[in-house]
Design a protein around this ligand. Structure first.
Ligand code: ARG
Ligand code: ZN
Length: 879
């Protein structure tokens, strides 16, 4: 076996291919025994290609059965084929048709890349390099071609035959077989190819675009689940209409199909006209899906739909440019959710995601730039940095340019690059041109890894009536990038006067200050505001206007003041978090909190709860202490997760314990018997009520565990039932085992609900959890090839169980490492993803650090790992 773990691909080596495939005609003959694929590829040499330049096509695990050019079979001396490539030694220097035939075994494809079977349905996943597992091809995103697809399959097991574009023919093929022909008129890279063949139910609808084109919409799923697809359909129509209103983008085919499958390596895929989804991001009904599930479905349906313009019509030149489509499309789906729901709440939860998923990546051994410049395995770069930091970079661009300037740039982007494969440079160039500005320094955000530290101190001179802000930025080295440059940071801000209202100034000097925004572009700046009548409290980084770690010299009193008076909801939320974080970090580091400091925080929390001007959903986010993982990373070194767990537990008791009667009263008041609706206001009310239940349990209120059990039993929807289960499980209350057993019996037959049970089971932080998780995994009925089940159980254990994953005896680490080794033989992507849970290891205290390292080195010494897993392992260990 070839070991290609040393094979690194560099951005600087990018060269266009000497040949282009301009048209593809595929013929699939699908049977339960195997699939045969015949490909007619129309190939053209690029201008300037020298005679004798070989044509090298990508393949992966393919078996070639015939090869011909323009109808004439090739002699064995004129080509070389193995499972992973096909070379035509001396192709004609003119347009020609290369004809190949390969045979595939989708039934044994457990990697879930290329053509595979999920619960009997044939489906594909090609991004980024899955198409080469279907046929030999120039499997690179800059090769754009038109596709025609003929599929022949048994009518009884595959009555539904779908591919990209429009269906142009269908009929009987004899012997119980039937066929369909699909044509996609739009140029596309192979990673957007898709087909589906199976016995599926569907719901249909339609959408009329702004220019009057009627589009037929359908969502396909396992029979019997049709009634769970309506929310996804509703989300799709709202997405289509939003993209017209907000970005002037219409859909461009007569058909838009979505297919839900149960075995899928990630969330969903934007194949042209035929999106394929992990079914957990399609199915929803009130008694099995939570509000969070509804919101995720809406978001991902929107995300994949928005890719039609940002990703499909304009695609990436090479995979280094992945965030060109992903960062931009995440930004677009974030804006969609903000417009459909609450902008403030969405911003806060996006920042929580960024801090819990991207900051740890950026601050650990797997740190990489949003646009990496090298990779060994591209699948390992579908990361929070590419997606979430990528979206933050686009958001900063919008902040710097303003809404109109940003839209001008986007319009020019669509106009100039439609139908092409392009780069980050080209993306930035349209904004620079449309706004007549230089974005040279701004580009560093894409090139430099690491979360910048922004340090701000202030001082007030009463006699001179001047106020000074001193800002400094610094980015620590990351793997491969020892020195860092200063970044351009838009820092939205406001000054707040003693009475809580905004404060002005007569003159400002010493920095780039534009109305409500400071733009820091050097290492530091000192900004002087004159004509300031009183000492203001500054509200800094409003709306989290740059993805940085900010520390300030503000006092706890200043922060509590902001928590009450900041007009920016994000700022109020952040202020409460900062107050809590200071107490938690102090206590972990050996300085117990002072009683009056806790009293002040408690009062601020109580006032937040009582404030009628705040949304329920906002309160739900505010009335919570920073999570254990965030506290750990704020401390940053020699982490003892057990100690952090205990401190947070005590702080919960100290802050919220004395509020039991207020919290209980508010909880009761929010009880409602209205029928379930997934809208923002109703879900906000449930979020707050469930947060209050969480507080009662976490703060040790004697009634808490009983109340949770009661809510579990009485719940009329999954949101409330699952919340009760989750808080009981997290605290491992006396009732938790009974509730878990009941949940398992009630819902064990629904795999998506079973995942919730698996996650709660794996997230309990009691000492018995590892044995329970082992037992679940060892059950012969556990579906050990389904990515959702595996991630729900072992992914949750490695990512959401800081104390038990990082047990000092190393048993948690060894369990996960053994799991990775086993799953890696079947599905390397799932294995590699779970392994990233180890990225915390360099920050742990010495005993746990050594235990983690030993589990990792043992894994490495086993050898035979996939390229995916070997790449993550090597980089993790090097950190
Ligand atoms: N393009 C898809 C999306 O963002 C995700 C593809 C993920 N691919 C992967 N290899 N992880 O919606
Ligand atoms: Zn995407």
């Amino acid at each position: 076996m070839r070991t290609d773990s040393e094979h690194t691909i560099y951005l600087k080596d990018y060269t266009p291919s000497p040949y282009t495939i301009v048209a593809v005609d595929l013929d699939f003959r699908i049977t339960a025994e195997g699939t045969r694929v015949r490909a007619l590829l129309t190939v053209e040499p690029r201008e300037g290609t020298e005679p004798g330049t070989p044509l090298v096509l990508d393949g992966n695990e393919l078996t070639l059965t015939s090869v011909a050019i323009d109808g004439a079979p090739l002699m064995v001396s004129s080509y070389a084929a193995d499972a992973d490539s096909l070379t035509i030694v001396e192709p004609p220097l003119r347009r020609f048709v290369l004809e190949t035939e390969v045979s595939l075994k989708p039934e044994t494809n457990t990697r879930l890349m290329g053509l595979y079977r999920s619960s009997g349905t044939w489906c594909t996943q090609c991004e980024p390099e899955g198409f080469r597992r279907i046929t030999y091809y120039l499997d690179r995103p800059d090769n754009l071609a038109v596709f025609r697809v003929t599929m022949t399959a048994p009518r009884d097991i595959a009555p539904v035959l779908l591919a990209n574009g429009n269906k142009v023919a269908a009929g009987d093929a004899g012997d119980g077989m039937h066929y369909a022909v699909w044509e996609d008129p739009h140029l596309k890279p192979a990673y957007l190819f898709a087909l589906v063949a199976g016995d599926l139910g569907s719901i249909t609808d339609n959408f009329t675009t702004a220019s009057g084109r009627k589009v037929d919409l359908a969502i396909y799923c396992e029979h019997g689940k049709e009634d769970q697809c309506h929310w996804a359909m509703d989300s799709l129509k709202r997405s289509m209409s939003w993209d017209e209103r907000r970005f002037g983008r219409e859909y461009d085919l007569d058909i838009f199909n979505i297919v839900a499958v149960s075995d899928f390596n990630f969330g969903a895929m934007e194949n042209k006209g035929l999106n394929i989804f992990n079914d957990k991001l399609v199915f929803a009904k009130p008694d099995t899906a939570t509000d969070g599930d509804y919101e995720n479905i809406e978001r991902v349906i929107a995300h994949e739909y928005f890719h039609n313009w940002t990703g499909n019509r304009i695609t990436c030149r090479d995979w280094f440019q992945l965030c060109l489509k992903e960062g931009l499309t995440v930004y677009r789906d974030q804006e969609f959710t903000s417009d459909e729901r609450s902008r403030a709440v969405k911003r806060i939860s996006d920042v929580q995601t960024l801090r819990s998923a991207q900051f740890p990546e950026d601050g650990g051994p797997l740190a990489h730039p949003a646009r990496p410049d090298q990779y060994r395995e591209i699948n390992n770069f579908y990361t929070a940095t590419v997606y979430e930091k990528g979206a933050e970079i686009v958001r900063m661009l919008a902040t710097l340019l303003g809404e109109a300037g940003f839209r001008k740039g986007m319009d020019l982007y669509f106009e100039r690059h439609d139908g092409r494969a392009t780069t980050i440079e080209a993306f930035l160039a349209v904004f620079a041109e449309a706004n007549q500005i230089d974005l040279g320094q701004f580009q560093t955000w894409y090139l430099q890894a690491g979360t910048p530290k922004l340090t701000v101190s202030d001082s007030y001179d009463a006699a001179a009536q001047t106020y000074r802000l001193k800002l400094e930025q610094k980015t620590e080295p990351t793997p491969g990038q020892p020195t860092k440059q200063a970044l351009v940071m838009p820092i939205k801000f406001g000054l707040i006067g003693p009475n809580g209202s905004p404060m002005g100034w007569s003159h400002v000097s010493g920095g780039d200050v534009r109305d409500d925004m400071i733009v820091l572009s050097g290492d530091s700046a000192e900004i002087v505001f004159t004509g300031v009548a009183n000492r203001p409290v500054p509200s800094l980084l409003r709306g989290f206007s740059a993805p940085v770690n900010m520390t300030t010299t503000l006092t706890q009193d200043d922060r509590l003041f902001l928590a009450r008076h900041d007009s920016d909801p994000f700022g109020r939320w952040q202020a409460l978090q900062d107050v809590s974080m200071a107490l938690a970090v102090g206590a972990v580091n050996g300085t117990p909190w002072a009683e009056d400091a806790v009293t002040a925080l408690r009062q601020a929390m109580a006032d937040t709860l009582a404030n009628d001007n705040l949304d329920d959903a906002f309160k739900a986010l505010a009335l919570v202490l920073p999570g254990e993982a965030l506290i750990a990373r704020t401390i940053g070194k020699d982490i003892d997760p057990a100690k952090i767990h205990d401190v947070r537990d005590q702080l919960n008791r100290a802050v919220f314990g004395p509020l039991t009667s207020q919290v209980t009263a508010a909880y009761i008041k929010l009880t409602s018997d209205l029928p379930y609706a997934p809208d923002a206001a109703s879900s906000g009310r449930r979020a707050l009520r469930n947060r209050l239940l969480g507080l009662l349990v976490a703060s040790g209120a004697s009634e808490g565990p009983k109340l949770a059990a009661q809510q579990y039993a009485d719940a009329s929807n999954m949101t409330d039932r699952f919340a009760a289960l989750a808080v009981s499980g997290a605290a491992w209350t006396g009732e938790a085992p009974v509730l878990l057993a009941d949940f398992r019996t009630r819902f064990g037959g629904d795999p998506l609900v079973l995942d919730k049970w698996l996650s709660v089971s794996a997230s309990a932080q009691d000492d018995g959890v590892l044995e329970r998780v082992r037992a679940i995994l060892a059950d012969p009925n556990f579906p050990k090839n389904n990515p959702n089940r595996l991630r729900a159980l072992v992914g949750a254990f490695a990512m959401n169980n800081p104390t038990q994953f990082a047990r000092p005896d190393g048993a948690g680490f060894r369990f996960v490492a053994d799991f990775v080794a086993d799953v890696d033989t079947r599905n390397p992507q799932v294995a590699a993803r779970v392994l990233t849970g180890f990225r915390i290891w360099p920050m742990l205290e010495p005993v746990r650090r050594a235990a983690a390292k030993s589990a990792l080195t043992t894994l490495q010494s086993k050898g035979g790992l996939s390229r995916n897993t070997a790449d993550i392992l090597t980089r993790t260990l090097a950190g």
